[in-house]
Write a protein that binds this ligand. Structure first.
Ligand code: MTE
Ligand code: HPA
Ligand code: MOS
Length: 759
């Protein structure tokens, strides 16, 4: 018990290295002698025929070693994962501003960048589409639309005395990982290549490099120490840069490194998918939602990337944490001439959830009731069906709502808000509740598998490899805890190795909040196999008749609960001397889950995560600016494995969500050029936009056996608490200007707030 306590409050094992600046990122890897540096030449227009590329001047620059284009690809010039629709280098056409056309390799980074500027491409312009609704009109779809149906909305409207419809939009979001994209590749023997990549998906990099180079996967080794943030932006989009350096190594047999500068990264990479949507909601006289229809237009950008999967998750989460008996939700993935958009914390879920929250806010305003009344009346109960067929098993929707409103005294918040607004003319307060429900598992069933490799060295120290990538979310700390708890040895005995495709193969990306569950379960399996083997050795050593009487506790062998003379290190050495294997692998595949896309029904998620946030804001009605007074959360962690790490995920996710909903305004012009292309024009939350008071209460919930040690996944769900920020501001605006017609057009920037105040 005591040991479990110390495990649960274990600090992130990376914190020491991080604060001392000693942690290694791709750009910190000591380079080999003879290393060359790359730079990309990318499209200066968003759409056009690529007639000719002139690289002569670039090649002539002293220090330039090579310039690679589509013509130099020995295998397939193709990096599309879900749909093969994205070339590594633009070939006959360019499809977005910032699309890579050529890769320059030179003696220094400065020379490579200078040479890239000497490249000239002859491109005859084609019409540019940036708006998803326009793309849909013109038939520019990435894939056929998807529709989820529950009950029958067509007939249900008749039973609804109250029906409201409208539009809601959410803009994209720049990932802004602190470590920009980059990779460093080195030649190995016999034409093999080793790539260091800042990727969430080492296997995706390996597979795509092999495809582009025309090599078998075993020729490519990908190694990841850690990421300075990924947030979904490196699930797919770390790949092109890694493949480019690998291509250069293939041709030049020299190490090649390429790290994107911030503005290059912002210009060339895709972001959270912007969405624009239509909704229609019908309620009965008791505020029960009887019917809900939504049509989502996803701005996919110029290629599929992960957008079809993101689109699917929008549909999965289109009713958030509410039970709606009649639902028709259709989603279009629309091809535009923007950089291909991609995974971003929540993976389409937040975009879907914003729309039903907007529909509820609209209905509440029309009916003259608080939105919270409608929200509360419709929370999921055990046995309720989601539109995709899965039943809510232990929904913590009601319990987290009740706990939040009770613990944080919602009545009091309401009173205080009204009292403040009654006496203040130029400042208005608003609050909003945001319940969340998020499904845990990759929506693609096959991706829900993982493996681990454990070595116990004969001095008793342990090396752990899994498919998990550390990106700041603390997964390595949790993996260490899994091994330490199964073996019951000190944390210091265990080391987390880098994530490497040669040690753990065929990995799913670290994503979908499922990394700790999948890799932790695989690791638990491997450790248990070793533990059983060691117990047999211990029984022999101590002449204990029954192996089941043997346990290991805090580094000592116990017999029938009594501490013996045999410690872990001696036991391990004895096993080695007896030629017992001290290495093991574990494989885990989530049981129970399935999904039939032809019916759009199934049981895609291992479990759901719930919670409720109360957001309080003060709006300055002269300036349109706002400050978040408090966000008070009750969150369903299950049985949290690590309260510090998990609380950090809540705080970080919340603030990232608030940024998306309020400040972060992604702006492309009609020609498809990114205008918000630097941190001077793209505003992200800083210390001043963090709520003054963040409270996080752990809901006493049972957890799930499909979560590692019943500790529920925590990575993405808290981002969605940030959606409450939009509606809290809206409520403050309404206190000033009751006539306002909400635009439901996030982010609610101070400019938009000011317009709404004086509409
Ligand atoms: N936290 C930090 N610090 N850095 C990150 O890049 N990514 C988020 C979330 N929390 C991220 C993060 C996203 S998008 C996901 S899917 C999960 O972490 C991935 O890690 P997990 O599966 O271990 O939760
Ligand atoms: N979440 C995150 N990443 C993914 C998913 C998902 O459901 N499916 C494929 N990649
Ligand atoms: Mo997270 S968007 O699944 O990388």
């Amino acid at each position: 018990m005591k040991q479990e306590q110390t495990h649960k409050s274990l600090k992130n094992i990376d914190s020491h290295g991080h604060v001392r600046g000693e942690s290694i990122y791709v750009d910190d890897i000591a380079v080999q002698q003879g290393t060359l540096y790359g730079a990309v030449y990318d499209a200066p227009v968003a759409h056009g025929h690529l007639k000719h590329i002139n690289v002569r001047k670039a090649k002539a620059l002293p220090g330039v070693v090579a310039v690679f284009t589509a013509a130099d690809v020995p295998g397939e010039n193709q990096i599309g994962g879900i749909i093969p629709d994205e070339p590594l280098f633009a070939d006959k056409e360019v499809h977005f501003w910032g699309q890579p056309i050529a890769f320059v390799v030179a003696q220094t980074e400065d020379i490579a960048r200078e040479a890239a500027q000497l490249i000239e491409a002859e491109i005859t312009p084609l019409p540019v589409i940036t708006d998803p609704r326009e793309a849909k009109e013109k038939g520019e779809l990435i894939a056929p639309p998807r529709t989820f149906v529950l009950g029958d909305t067509a007939t249900a409207w008749q039973a609804c005395p109250h029906v409201y419809s409208g539009q809601a939009s959410t803009n994209g979001q720049e990932h802004l990982y602190i470590e920009t994209q980059g990779a460093y590749a080195c030649p190995a023997e016999n034409g093999n290549i080793k790539i260091h990549s800042s990727t969430q998906g080492p296997t995706a990099v390996q597979k795509t490099a092999a495809r582009v180079l025309g090599l078998p996967m075993h020729a490519i080794e990908v190694d990841v120490t850690r990421l300075g943030g990924g947030f979904g932006g490196k699930e797919d989009q770390a790949t092109p840069w890694a493949v480019m350096v690998a291509l250069a190594v293939y041709h030049l047999k020299r190490p090649v490194k390429y790290i994107l500068h911030r503005m290059d990264d912002m210009r060339m990479t895709g972001k959270r998918n912007p969405y624009t949507s239509d909704f229609k909601i019908g309620l009965d006289a008791n505020l029960k939602i009887i019917a809900y229809e939504a049509t989502f237009y996803q701005n996919a950008g110029a290629a599929a990337d992960l957008s079809p999967a993101v689109l699917e998750r929008t549909l999965f989460h289109c009713t958030n944490s509410y039970y709606v008996p009649n639902v028709t939700a259709t989603a279009y993935s629309c091809r535009t001439n923007l950089p291909p958009n991609t995974a971003f914390r929540g993976f389409g879920g937040p975009q879907g959830m914003f729309v039903i929250e907007a529909a509820i806010a609209k209905a509440a305003q029309a009916l003259g009731v608080p939105a919270a009344d409608i929200q509360q009346k419709n929370l999921l109960q055990a046995g309720d069906s989601f539109p995709y067929g899965q039943k809510a098993e232990n929904p913590e929707a009601v319990s987290s709502w009740s706990a939040a409103t009770r613990k944080y005294a919602l009545d009091h918040i309401a009173q205080q808000t009204n009292a403040f607004n009654a006496v203040n003319a130029h400042y208005k307060k608003g609050y909003a509740l945001m319940p969340i429900c998020f499904g845990i598992s990759f929506t693609k069933t096959l991706m829900n598998q993982a493996r681990a490799l454990v070595h116990i060295y004969h001095d008793g120290s342990v090396g752990v490899s899994t498919g998990a990538v550390e990106m700041g979310q603390g997964v390595n700390t949790k993996m260490l805890q899994v091994a330490a708890q199964v073996f019951s040895i000190a944390n210091e005995r265990i080391k987390l190795e880098t994530t490497n495709t040669t040690r753990v193969a065929n990995t799913s990306p670290s994503a979908a909040s499922a990394t700790a569950d999948l890799n932790g379960k695989a690791l638990e399996i491997a450790c248990r196999k070793l533990l059983e083997r060691l117990k047999v050795v211990a029984a022999e050593e101590l002449a204990i008749a029954n192996v089941t009487d043997v346990t290991i506790n805090n580094g000592w062998v116990h017999a029938k609960g009594q501490k013996t003379e045999l410690d872990w290190n001696t036991l391990v050495l004895q096993a080695f001397l007896k030629r017992v294997s001290l290495s093991e692998v574990g494989h885990y595949a989530t049981p129970r889950i399935h999904f039939d896309q032809s019916k759009e029904k199934g049981h895609p998620f291992a479990y759901h995560v719930y919670g409720t946030a109360i957001t309080e804001v003060t709006v300055d009605c002269i300036r349109g600016t706002y400050e978040f007074d408090a966000v008070k959360i009750v969150h369903d962690f299950g049985a949290s494995m690590n309260t510090i790490v998990d609380k950090g995920q809540i705080e970080g996710g919340l603030v990232q969500g608030i940024g998306w909903m309020t400040l972060e305004e992604l702006e492309y012009n009609k020609q498809g050029k990114l205008l918000s292309n630097a941190l001077s024009t793209y505003k992200v939350p800083d210390i001043y936009s963090v709520p003054k008071d963040i409270q996080v209460e752990f809901l006493a919930a049972e957890g799930s056996n499909l979560a590692i040690f019943k500790s529920k996944a925590v990575g993405e769900p808290p981002l969605m608490y940030g959606i409450g920020a939009y509606f809290a501001i809206l409520n403050a605006v309404r206190a000033f200007n009751p006539q306002v017609t909400p635009a439901f057009d996030a982010p609610f920037t101070p400019e938009k707030v000011l317009t709404a105040l004086y509409e």
